[in-house]
Design a protein around this ligand. Structure first.
Ligand SMILES: *[C@@H]1O[C@H](CO)[C@@H](O)[C@H](O)[C@H]1NC(C)=O
Ligand SMILES: *[C@@H]1O[C@H](CO)[C@@H](O)[C@H](O)[C@H]1NC(C)=O
Ligand SMILES: *[C@@H]1O[C@H](CO)[C@@H](O)[C@H](O)[C@H]1NC(C)=O
Ligand SMILES: *[C@@H]1O[C@H](CO)[C@@H](O)[C@H](O)[C@H]1NC(C)=O
Length: 604
């Protein structure tokens, strides 16, 4: 019996020993597996982070925050004038041309990197133009750029003899010499001579010495480059009109003074502009304000504007995207143009009333022109085959006489009161500082133009040119949606780029545009900047408005229901008053966190 138990014990012990070995073995296997898994996970994580960084084009830019506005894309600002006072810089520094090209610098559109000590002086000089002038001065004005066109664009053949000719008009005010000359040279180097009638430089009262005789000497030897000078500061509109009045080409082709055109840029513009019913814009790529590297911008974008009439790049409508994929080299419509770069047949430009000469300095003239074009029987389009690099600046470097707000506001007031009808009332109602100067604008002659051309109204424009717009209409509900517990549906201040998680916000007053919403007939909850409330994975989010059915919230009594029957719920958070708590869609319950009060606010 004893022996027997001993044997069993031994056997058990050896079994246990064997078990231990096995355990160790399996532990080792598990450990190896875990280590592998960790490797894999971290590799994945690394890749995700890398890809995420690589994904949208603007992520690769150094000053990401400044390039990305609320909609995730950069707005063009200050697209006309260079030069501020220069702060503490010496007159000698400000007035001298420091162009000194270094062999190979920036060739092929590559970035130019400075040494640490050079960066310091470049930073001091940055304020002069709001781009890196030290870098610009090192890059040859004749630098090469890659052919940026897509395959399908390269295949398009043009009958040069039968294209209309162009007058390229470049307006500048205290621009840097190297940047301006690089713009001119890129046009000369990359435009067939039969198409380029002339380049007209219009100097809007620059006071930099190097833009005087030195510039004249530089262009003297170039074919067909002229210079006009305005001795009084007239602004973008006045200066462009000066150029347009003397232009002899069939097509007016306006460019900013800090661009570089690429291979094949002019043919698609001229071909389309020849049809006499269209304002045609190139596809605008990015020249870094820091390194002057040439970067492609995203393929599909079009121009529009926010409730406050700030120009925005947005995703084109589905229909346009489908057309684009079928026909990638074809021009496509855009509700608005950025304004800096476009071509138009001269006859059409004048027939539609040129520019509004009452607009001072810069701003809103692009929206005015876009609305006028569409409403008065023409179109605004972008051709993906013409690619032009443009320095996008983080802030406007120049002084607005009378202050930015006053200049911009008076231009906006003019554009809105002539073209926007009921939506002008909407704009003025929520922008009292603009409304205050509305009456001091005399726009009689512009209204006369609208009448004489039998232009369509703004309602037609919104419904036909930009049906995806996020403005209120008579059919759309407008106001605040307040939770029974407190707090309103709204976009949290500082929500990044293309949207973010949705929380309740404080409700604000009837004039708080940032806290008001459009609720559409089909059930979309829209905020300014084209953001729609969408049920995400777990949490509701603000996302660019799309056809996604997760953006539909049907009003059922006091509840807002998703198409699969869940109720919009203010999640029980940390707050006392319901403000800042997350929003999500949950099973419908008898819960006042699912009760929403619609408080209508008249939109005009
Ligand atoms: C100009 O120089 C003064 C004195 O050296 C300094 O106080 C001021 O901050 C400088 N201004 C700028 C814009 O650099
Ligand atoms: C740029 O090209 C023009 C015309 O080909 C030439 O006359 C000029 O010398 C070149 N300038 C530089 C700095 O390379
Ligand atoms: C230009 O400005 C001066 C003074 O600043 C003024 O006397 C003159 O009338 C202006 N000329 C034009 C054409 O506006
Ligand atoms: C898309 O293409 C079709 C067919 O060419 C055209 O009729 C339609 O107007 C296009 N849509 C837009 C928005 O350009």
């Amino acid at each position: 019996m004893f022996e027997f138990t001993m044997v069993i014990k031994k056997q058990i012990r050896s079994l246990m020993c064997r078990g231990r070995k096995k355990k160790i073995a399996s532990l080792v296997i598990i450990l190896i597996f875990l280590i592998n898994a960790m490797f894999y996970v971290s590799l994945e994580l690394y890749n995700t982070i890398k890809n995420r960084n690589k994904d949208p084009w603007y992520k690769s830019l150094r000053y990401e925050k400044d390039y990305v506005d609320k909609m995730g894309m950069r707005v063009i600002v200050g697209h006309y004038v260079g030069g501020n006072s220069g702060g503490n810089l010496s007159q000698e520094m400000i007035n001298t041309n420091h162009y000194a090209p270094i062999d190979g610098a920036g060739e092929g559109g590559r970035p130019v990197q400075l040494l640490q000590r050079e960066i310091i002086s470049a930073r001091d000089l940055y304020s002069l133009h709001s781009y890196n002038i030290v870098v610009s001065d090192r890059i040859s004005i004749n630098r090469s750029l890659p052919d940026m066109r897509s395959e399908s664009c390269r295949r398009v053949e043009y009958d040069l003899e039968n294209l209309p000719t162009a007058s390229v008009i470049i307006v500048f005010h205290n621009e840097a010499w190297s940047t301006l000359m690089r713009t001119v040279m890129s046009v000369l180097l990359r435009s067939p001579t039969v198409l380029l009638k002339e380049i007209i430089l219009v100097d809007d009262a620059s006071d930099r010495k190097y833009l005087g005789k030195e510039l004249e000497d530089a262009i003297e030897n170039l074919n067909n480059v002229k210079i006009l000078r305005s001795h009084n500061r007239t602004g973008l509109v006045g200066a462009r009109l000066m150029g347009a009045r003397i232009a002899v080409g069939d097509v007016l082709l306006f460019l900013d003074a800090h661009c570089e055109v690429t291979q094949g840029w002019i043919e698609p513009l001229l071909e389309r502009a020849g049809s006499d019913d269209v304002f045609i814009c190139p596809h605008i790529d990015l020249l870094s304000d820091d390194t002057l590297a040439y970067t492609k911008s995203i393929d599909a974008h079009w121009g529009a504007f926010s409730w406050r009439l700030h120009f925005r790049w947005l995703m084109p409508s589905n229909e346009v995207m489908i057309n684009k994929s079928k026909n990638p080299s074809k021009p496509y419509p855009t509700p608005a143009m950025a304004g800096g770069l476009f071509a138009v047949r001269k006859s059409l430009f004048w027939r539609l009333g040129g520019y509004d000469e009452g607009m001072v300095i810069w701003g809103a003239e692009n929206l005015e022109l876009s609305w006028r074009a569409w409403q008065c029987g023409a179109r605004v389009e972008i051709t993906p085959c013409s690619r032009v690099g443009h320095i996008f600046r983080r802030h406007s470097p120049y002084k607005y006489p009378g202050g930015v707000a006053k200049v911009l506001n008076s231009n906006l007031a003019r554009a809105a009161s002539v073209w926007m009808d009921e939506w002008a009332d909407f704009f003025f109602k929520f922008n009292p500082s603009v409304a205050a100067i509305r009456d001091s604008q005399s726009v009689g002659d512009r209204i006369e133009i609208r009448k004489n051309l039998h232009c369509k109204n703004f309602k037609w424009y919104l419904e036909n040119v930009w049906p995806q717009h996020f403005f209120p209409t008579d059919e759309r509900w407008f106001g605040r949606i307040r939770n029974d517990k407190g707090g309103c549906i709204g976009v949290t201040a500082g929500t990044p780029g293309l949207g973010g998680p949705a929380s309740s916000i404080s409700c604000g007053s009837d004039l708080d545009l940032d806290r008001l919403l459009v609720y559409t007939v089909e059930g979309k909850v829209m905020a300014d900047e084209g953001l729609c409330l969408e049920q995400g994975n777990g949490r509701a989010v603000w996302k660019t408005c799309t056809e996604n059915i997760k953006q539909i919230w049907q009003q059922k009594g006091p509840r807002l229901k998703t198409l699969d029957g869940l109720c919009l719920t203010l999640v029980n958070g940390d707050s006392e008053d319901g403000i800042g708590d997350p929003l999500t869609a949950k099973r419908c319950l008898n819960d006042n966190r699912q009760i929403w009060h619609f408080e209508r606010v008249p939109w005009r």
